[in-house]
Design a protein around this ligand. Structure first.
Ligand code: GLN
Ligand code: ZN
Length: 766
């Protein structure tokens, strides 16, 4: 007799390897230290190890083909022959060199564009659907299904990016595909998906996970047409292959219509859905002929789940669907969290007890599945441990800082505005700073040379004393102050040599942050990042940047800009505690940074830049959530920056983004000067300002810093002149697009020299 029970299922497992073996594998191959055969053998070992781990953790339905040699969208591109012509013509499976050429470029062909995966910090390769001739070059889903079966006896669930999301994530003629383009291309692509599905069905595959994350962005019934068309055809062509239609990262606005699509399971995100999917389930019910694949464990944060609360949720779900129609899953692929807390050997045990990375999340799922099937008693010890861990963290001093609580309580009886309006402030600032027309500056960082990096590494390992490291940092700042003076820049910076990363650095100096030892997550390709974990109340205990700025200022009569990272960017690039609202954490950070701003001002720093590069990229997926996000961004920025005198000049900086969406926010920040990356946005920011106007000072990046190429004086002049058509010359600043930390010194000096020369040339004609 088959026992009908709730089962556990996973959506995807991290690729990097516990000790970043995968990253090293890719990089050794790229450096020519590994040949293709050795690469494939080692990649296979990693794949199998990941599958075995999931099996050992008790997961019933294990994903296969979620692995990748770079990125899952690139895999889909390569499988379906969506190869841009510049890489050549292919009629069989790409070899590794060709595959990586798409991602990384060759000497003759530029790399494919990369962009953020929905609203998280993973970057995918953007498909290019220009002149495309779809052809199935590789049924990788079958290959990996077979491998798991043959090698480990695991009957896996192949994961495939759905045809509509695949199309919508790509571009044609430089534009993301609109619905008309999707409708036009889908009939060409769909037969290849049909072939994949039929081959899988023929091999006896029972379930396929078809990811259509773009479904969470659909709001009009008409937009569902291509999804429905695709699913109907796939199901008709391979009726024995069950389809799990997987959505994630938000709720479904078209719940009723989506749950009745012709598939056998629907995967819903019950964590990042603002409670909306659950409401729909409870109020509208769920089709009796389908499995509910319930995403109940947070797949992009790092906290232990409250198992009792999750069990209560499962009971609610069991009132909607029978137990043999319920799967318990993470809310999205675990690709976006680190692998295991087991390697965090130095973490405070109270914090460690509250952390769950991928493996711990799978263990939670398996515990909850057992509890759902056999009752809590069978896993009582795990539930007790869970309760004790959560209580210990929540009741710890980390999360109960009285001073922080009091400061928060006073927020409501304060307003956060500068003393005088901009028109008044800017006059006082001009009088105090005495800068020329079209002042020149940079965004903050100068090249992190191999010497800077090796000194830092030596200091971290204890091989370089604090004094020697400080002396080195001072020497580097001094050298660059001299270079900036020689170049003739007007507003100088200390160079940020002490920072590996603009968020990590502040995390190290504020309370409430934990820097992981091994909490790597894939950012793009082989590149991993270790986001700091904000686990407690954030408090200011010591000046952070004051000494570095004051030292730099002591070396020059020109103004040196202080340089801070704004609260929202710190939040967006960290894992944030989930026991209190994000906005509250953001305000705690803002209150701390407000003190830093005050201390910089007191120490004589006349200009303070507060960077908010990640503001646009963190926008919620649904437009109805934008307002509160943007309002919170403005509020925390103003807490940070409004405590200063009128003649202290506040700058901010934002990186490349679609600014049209946030121009109102840019204005509302009330920064005296903003610098924005422009050179890759094809003038769109300039035209946005043309239509809406801008009354404060602004620097639109006059050259692209993402390539080592040194722009000519004429090119920079052209960029400045173009901007001056929409921005008054009295408001305009001259600066590069972004920080220069990834550049080499010679190209940086040459580019900045040209930038100053271009400014001088334009100035002399005024
Ligand atoms: N001040 C930072 C720097 O120059 C800004 C970086 C960024 O915008 N991402 O490096
Ligand atoms: Zn930037």
């Amino acid at each position: 007799m088959v026992i009908m029970t709730v089962i556990s299922s996973n959506l995807g497992y991290p690729r990097l390897g516990e000790h970043r073996e995968w990253k090293h594998l890719l990089e050794h191959f790229w450096k020519g230290q590994l040949d293709t055969t050795a690469f494939h053998a080692q990649a296979k070992q990693l794949r199998l190890a990941n599958l075995k781990k999931q099996q050992a953790l008790g997961i019933d339905l294990i994903p296969v083909a979620d692995n990748s040699d770079y990125d899952h969208v690139l895999d889909t591109i390569a499988a379906f022959g969506v190869i841009p012509a510049r890489y050549g013509h292919f009629d069989q499976q790409l070899d590794l060199h060709d595959y990586y050429a798409l991602a990384r470029g060759t000497k003759d062909a530029v790399a494919s564009e990369m962009t953020k995966w929905f609203n998280i910090n993973y970057h995918y390769i953007v498909p290019e659907f220009d002149d495309v001739h779809f052809q199935l070059l590789d049924n990788r889903w079958l290959r990996y299904y077979q491998e798991a079966k043959d090698e480990l006896g695991i009957t896996g669930k192949p994961v495939i990016l759905g045809p509509v999301s695949f199309l919508k994530l790509g571009k044609r003629n430089g534009q993301y595909l609109d619905d008309a383009a999707v409708t036009e291309l889908l009939p060409q692509l769909l037969p290849l998906y049909v072939q994949v599905f039929q081959e899988l069905a023929a091999a006896g595959v029972q379930w396929i996970q078809l990811d259509e994350p773009t479904l969470v962005k659909t709001t009009q019934s008409a937009e569902l047409r291509p999804y429905k068309e695709a699913l109907t055809q796939l199901h008709a062509a391979a009726p024995t292959l069950n389809i799990e239609l997987q959505t994630y990262f938000d709720s479904l606005d078209l719940y009723d219509q989506i749950v009745t699509l012709p598939v056998q399971a629907i995967g819903l995100d019950l964590v990042h859905d603002h409670g909306e999917n659950l409401t729909d389930l409870l109020q509208r019910g769920f089709p009796t002929d389908k499995v509910l694949a319930a995403g109940i464990i947070d797949g992009h944060n790092v906290w232990v789940s409250d198992l009792s609360a999750k069990l209560a949720l499962i009971q609610q779900l069991l009132a909607v669907v029978p137990s043999d129609h319920l799967w318990l899953q993470p809310a999205n692929s675990l690709l976006h969290v680190p692998i295991t807390t087991a390697n965090e050997t130095k973490a405070d045990p109270v914090l460690l007890g509250g952390l769950a990375f991928a493996d711990q999340k799978l263990a939670e799922l398996s515990t909850l599945t057992t509890a759902a099937n056999k009752g809590t008693a069978s896993v009582q010890a795990a539930f007790d441990r869970n309760r004790a861990n959560l209580d210990a963290l929540n009741q710890s001093s980390h999360r109960n800082n009285q001073a922080v609580r009091e400061a928060e309580a006073h927020l409501t009886d304060q307003t956060f505005e500068r003393q005088a309006p901009f028109a008044t402030r800017i006059q006082l600032q001009h009088d105090r700073l005495n800068l020329p027309l079209l002042p020149t500056t940079t965004i903050g960082s100068f090249p992190q040379s191999s010497e800077v990096r090796s000194k830092r590494a030596a200091w971290r390992k204890g091989n370089l004393s604090d004094e020697d490291y400080q002396a080195f940092l001072h020497a580097e700042t001094k050298r660059w102050i001299e270079i900036q003076e020689q170049l003739g820049l007007d507003v100088l910076v200390h160079g940020e040599f002490e920072r590996t990363d603009m968020v990590e650095y502040f995390g190290q100096k504020l309370t409430g942050f934990y820097a992981t030892q091994n909490g790597w997550v894939q950012s793009y390709g082989s590149r991993g990042v270790r986001p700091p974990i904000i686990f407690g109340d954030v408090a200011y205990t010591q000046p952070i940047t004051v000494a570095a700025s004051v030292y730099a200022q002591s070396l020059t009569t020109k103004p040196v800009k202080g340089m801070l990272t704004a609260p929202l960017t710190i939040i967006n690039w960290s894992f944030v505690r989930d026991d209190i609202p994000k906005a509250q954490v953001q305000n705690q950070i803002a209150l701390a940074l407000r003190q830093e701003v005050g201390n910089l001002e007191k120490a004589g720093i006349k200009i303070i830049q507060v960077d908010e590069p990640a503001l646009r990229e963190g926008l919620p997926l649904k437009a109805r959530h934008w307002k509160s996000y943007l309002d919170e961004a403005v509020y925390s920025f103003k807490i940070t920056t409004t405590g200063v005198q009128n003649d202290t000049q506040i700058h901010t900086h934002m990186c490349y983004s679609n600014f049209a969406d946030i121009i109102g926010t840019i204005k509302a920040l009330d920064a005296d000067v903003i610098s924005i990356e422009t050179s890759r946005s094809h003038g769109e920011i300039i035209s946005a300002f043309e239509t809406t106007g801008y009354d404060k000072e602004i620097g639109l990046g006059v050259y692209d810093i993402h390539s080592p190429r040194v722009p000519s004086v004429d090119e920079i002049k052209t960029n400045i002149q173009r901007a001056l058509r929409v921005i008054d010359v009295h408001q305009f600043w001259i600066n590069p697009d972004c920080g220069l930390k990834t550049r080499q010194e010679p190209e940086t000096r040459a580019a900045l020299a040209n930038m100053v020369a271009a400014r001088d040339a334009i100035q002399s004609q005024l």
